[in-house]
Design a protein around this ligand. Structure first.
Ligand code: PMP
Length: 379
C-alpha cells in the first residue's frame, strides 16, 4: 500500500534494534530497558481490580476523571506547581500522548523546535509528525549534561519557536537546579520561547528535590509540563500520564485529544487516584532502592575506569566508554551477554557513552557489572 511520506520517512528506533539483538540469546542480563522492574503498588492494582468488579468500564470525561485531576493538582503542590484541576490539567494515555498533543497544539509547519541532546528518542519524530523542524542543542559531559544559556546561544536556539526540556533526563540521569533553570528561563523570556517540560522522572531524584522551569518567573504562562504514572508508580503498562499548563493550551490539547483518544483509559485512572492518595511510602521505598543501585553502579563504573558522573535523577547511569559506543555495546553483548544502549542512539553528545539502566535487581546489577569489568579488562 502507498504510505504517506511522513510515515515512510520516520526512522526505526535505535533502542529497538538493540533489543532484537539481545533477545536472540537467553543468557543476557539487560541493563537496556527504560522501565521500572517493580510492579505498581498493590493498593493501586487493587483499586483497578475493584473498579472493574464494580463495572466501571465506560469512557471518562475527555479531560480525565475530575477526582483524578483534583489529586494531580494537589500532588503538584510539592513542586510548587499550581494548576486548576478543572481547566489546567489533561489526563492522557501515557506521558507519550501528552508530548504528542503538546507538539500538535504548539507547532506550525516550518516551526523550529529546540531539543537538547542526548535525550529521550520520541521528541524528534513527534516534532516531525507535527510538521516542525528540530534544532539540536548539544549538552556536554563537562556540564554534567545540564542545559546552559551558553549552549542555547551557541546552537542558535534564539531563532527557535519552542524548547523541549527533559530533566531528570533520559538517558543521562542529569537534573537541573533552580539556579540553572533561572538562566534558561531568562533566555526563554528574552527570546520568546515556549517550553514543553517533560518531567516524568520528577519523583525519582536522589538528594536535591526536583526543580521545574515552570516555577521560574514568567514561565508558567509559556510552559506545558508533562508528567505521568509510568516511572514513579511503576505503571508503564497502564498507560497513564497528564499535561499541566495554561487554560488555552490545555483546551487546544483537549480538542485534539477528544477526537484522537476520546479519553484516557478508565481502569488506570482508578489505580492512579489510589496511587496519589495512598502510595507515597511505596514510592519512597522504590526511590531508596534505586538510590542504592545507583551508588553501586556509578562506583563500579568509575572503578573500571569508565568515567561516570553522578546522576541526580531517573534510573540511568551514563558512563563514558572511551570510544565507539556502538562497537562497545555490541562487543559487550557478544562477549559477556550484557545489554546496554549505545549513547549515540540519544543524539548529539551521546556518542562515546552508554545508557545503563539500574531498574534491575541488585543481584543482577552486581553480576552484570562483574561481567562488564571482565570485558573491559580483556578488551
Ligand atoms: N518521557 C520520557 C523522558 C521517558 O523516558 C518516557 C518513557 N520511556 C516517556 C516520556 C513515556 O512515558 P509514558 O509511559 O508515560 O508514555
Amino acid at each position: 500500500m502507498r504510505l504517506s511520506d511522513r510515515a515512510r520517512d520516520l526512522p526505526e528506533s535505535g533502542i529497538r534494534k538493540f533489543f532484537e539483538l539481545a533477545e536472540a540469546r537467553d543468557d543476557v542480563i539487560s541493563l537496556g530497558v527504560g522501565e521500572p522492574d517493580f510492579s505498581a503498588p498493590w493498593a493501586a492494582r487493587t483499586a483497578a481490580i475493584d473498579s472493574l468488579e464494580r463495572g466501571k468500564t465506560s469512557y471518562t470525561s475527555n479531560r480525565g476523571m475530575a477526582a483524578l485531576r483534583e489529586r494531580i493538582s494537589a500532588h503538584h503542590e510539592r513542586y510548587d506547581q499550581s494548576y486548576d484541576p478543572a481547566e489546567e490539567v489533561l489526563v492522557t494515555t501515557g506521558a507519550s500522548e501528552a508530548v504528542d498533543l503538546a507538539f500538535r497544539a504548539l507547532v506550525d509547519p516550518g516551526d523550529t523546535v529546540a531539543v537538547h541532546e542526548p535525550t529521550y528518542i520520541s521528541y524528534g519524530p513527534g516534532i516531525e509528525l507535527a510538521g516542525g523542524e528540530q534544532l539540536t542543542v548539544p549538552t556536554r559531559a563537562e556540564d554534567d549534561f545540564a542545559l546552559t544559556r551558553e549552549s542555547l546561544e551557541a546552537a542558535g536556539a534564539a531563532e527557535a519557536d519552542l524548547l523541549v526540556l527533559c530533566y531528570p533526563n533520559n538517558p543521562t540521569g542529569a537534573t537541573m537546579t533552580e539556579e540553572e533553570y533561572a538562566e534558561v528561563a531568562a533566555f526563554c523570556r528574552d527570546e520568546d520561547l515556549r517550553v514543553i517540560a517533560d518531567e516524568i522522572y520528577s519523583a525519582l531524584t536522589y538528594g536535591a528535590d526536583h526543580a521545574s522551569i515552570a516555577t521560574q518567573p514568567g514561565m508558567r504562562e509559556r510552559t506545558v509540563v508533562v508528567n505521568g504514572f509510568s516511572k514513579a508508580y511503576a505503571m508503564t503498562g497502564l498507560r497513564l500520564g497528564y499535561a499541566l499548563g495554561p487554560t488555552d493550551v490545555i483546551d487546544a490539547m483537549n480538542r485534539i485529544h477528544q477526537y484522537t483518544m476520546l479519553s484516557a483509559p478508565t481502569t488506570p485512572q482508578y489505580a492512579a487516584i489510589e496511587a496519589l492518595d495512598r502510595c507515597d511510602d511505596e514510592v519512597a521505598e522504590m526511590v531508596e532502592e534505586y538510590n542504592r543501585r545507583r551508588r553501586l553502579v556509578v562506583s563500579r563504573f568509575n572503578e573500571m575506569g569508565l568515567d561516570t558522573f553522578e546522576p541526580g535523577g531517573a534510573f540511568y547511569a551514563f558512563p563514558d566508554c572511551g570510544g565507539d559506543d556502538e562497537a562497545f555495546a555490541e562487543e559487550l553483548l557478544e562477549a559477556q551477554g550484557v545489554a546496554v544502549v549505545p549513547g549515540s542512539v540519544f543524539g548529539e553528545g551521546g556518542e562515546g557513552h552508554l545508557r545503563v539502566s539500574y531498574a534491575t535487581s541488585m543481584r543482577e546489577l552486581k553480576e552484570a557489572t562483574d561481567r562488564i569489568a571482565t570485558f573491559v579488562e580483556n578488551r
